[in-house]
Structure formats: structure tokens, C-alpha cells
Design a protein around this ligand. Structure first.
Ligand code: NAP
Length: 194
């Protein structure tokens, strides 16, 4: 049996990882769809589809499982009635959809697919929104994601990206020295002189 599981994974965290481990026990092969693949570089969706593929594939490698896992980026099409056909045209055939998202479940069940609800673990902490908030506020976030994910986020300078997008400037927060490295660095200085 081949299963399908989709999420935005911004970023891929321990809650997703537990869901994936659980699903893998129930299927022969798993397809993981990276939803909203076209989105990146905003506060809701800081990471590119390619970066999310890397996070998930490295985290799954850590599990040392023998089963085949396909990771496929899927752009949104903003036409829900056609979305299932769009997904099916992009991924290998599958027998069952694992989802907790009411819209995803509704669209696939209307298309005749079997749906299995997924359970999230430690939902208070394992939440994309909470992890992105901690990254922005320079609070501890690494314990909420698999080790390989925190390594990749550091490699791509992901925290700096989030803080830049939000217009935060680490240098200006620490002291009044001005180091201009990007447009976001310039902004607080300009505001101060207005
Ligand atoms: P999502 O927008 O990534 O997640 C929605 C919420 O559900 C988030 O708070 C997420 O938490 C949470 N969540 C994810 N997995 C969960 C689970 N197993 N148990 C409890 N909560 C969970 O949506 P998604 O369902 O994960 O992904 C659906 C993707 O399909 C999206 O990218 C969406 O845009 C796409 N889609 C597109 C169309 C279209 O193009 N017309 C139609 C339907 C769906 P985290 O933030 O912690 O992940």
C-alpha cells in the first residue's frame, strides 16, 4: 500500500516527524507532498520547496528505514475543485491519504480516496507558528525540530533570513552601531532619522 501525506512543513518539526514515523509503519511506500511549494521568503513560509525537501529527506535518513519515501513539491493552484487532479498528476499513484486538514480530507474523499486521520504529538510546542515565532524572537527552537533540520536551517542562514524579512536587525538591537548588509538593515536607521 502506498500512502500520501501533505503539509507545508515551514519548517519540518518533531510533530510532523512523529506523524511520518507512524504512517511509515502502516504503508509499504510513502509520498510526502510539500504543499504551497511556490511560497518562500515570507514570515508564514520562510523556506523554499528545495530547502524543505532537504529537511525532510535528511530527517528521514536519520530514521534508517528501508521503505521508499518520495518527497514531491506541489504548488497551490487556487482552484480547489481541480486540486486533487493536479496532485494526482504530479505524484505516483497512491491508495490512502493521511491528513488532519478538513479541506484536504474533503477534496480527496470527494474524489473517492480513503482518508486516515493523523494525530499530532505535543501540539502545544510542535507547531510551525510557534517555531517561527521563536526563531524571530531569538528563543530556543532547536529542540522542536529533528537534529538534521536545525543543521540545515543554520547552513542556509535561515534565522537571519526570518529576522531580515521581519525588518529585525541584530546589530542595531545590541548597540547603536550601523552595519548595512541588506535592505532590512537600512530600514530601522531610516526610520530613526524620519
Ligand atoms: P498547512 O497549511 O501546512 O497546515 C494547516 C495547519 O494544520 C497548520 O497549523 C499545521 O501545523 C497543522 N497540521 C499539519 N499537520 C497536522 C497534523 N497531522 N495534525 C494536526 N495539525 C496538523 O496545511 P496542511 O494540511 O499541512 O497542508 C496542506 C497543503 O495543501 C497546503 O500547502 C495547502 O496550500 C495545500 N492545498 C492546496 C489547495 C489548492 O491549491 N487549491 C487545496 C488544498 C490544500 P504546522 O504549522 O505545525 O505544520
Amino acid at each position: 500500500m502506498r500512502g500520501f501525506f501533505i503539509g507545508r512543513f515551514q519548517p519540518y518539526h518533531m510533530g510532523h516527524h512523529e506523524v511520518v514515523k507512524n504512517i511509515i509503519n502502516q504503508v509499504d511506500e510513502l509520498i510526502i507532498g510539500i504543499g504551497s511549494a511556490q511560497e518562500s521568503h515570507d514570515l508564514e513560509n520562510p523556506f523554499t520547496a528545495g530547502e524543505r525537501i532537504l529537511m525532510i529527506s535528511c530527517a528521514i535518513d536519520e530514521l534508517e528505514i528501508k521503505k521508499k519515501v518520495y518527497i514531491i513539491p506541489l504548488e497551490d493552484i487556487y482552484r480547489n475543485s481541480l486540486w486533487v487532479s493536479h496532485v494526482c498528476s504530479m505524484v505516483p499513484p497512491f491508495d490512502v491519504v493521511f491528513s488532519n486538514n478538513p479541506l484536504v480530507a474533503r477534496l480527496f474523499s470527494e474524489a473517492g480516496k480513503k482518508i486516515i486521520n493523523t494525530k499530532m504529538f505535543n501540539r502545544e510546542e510542535y507547531q510551525g507558528t510557534e517555531i517561527r515565532r521563536r526563531m524571530l524572537e531569538n528563543e530556543e527552537w532547536e529542540s522542536l525540530v529533528p537534529k538534521s533540520v536545525s543543521r540545515i536551517i543554520k547552513e542556509i542562514d535561515g534565522i537571519r533570513r526570518i529576522r531580515d524579512i521581519a525588518g529585525r536587525d541584530d546589530n542595531n538591537e545590541k548597540d547603536e552601531g550601523i552595519i548595512i548588509g541588506s535592505k532590512a538593515d537600512v530600514k530601522p536607521f531610516m526610520n530613526r532619522n524620519e
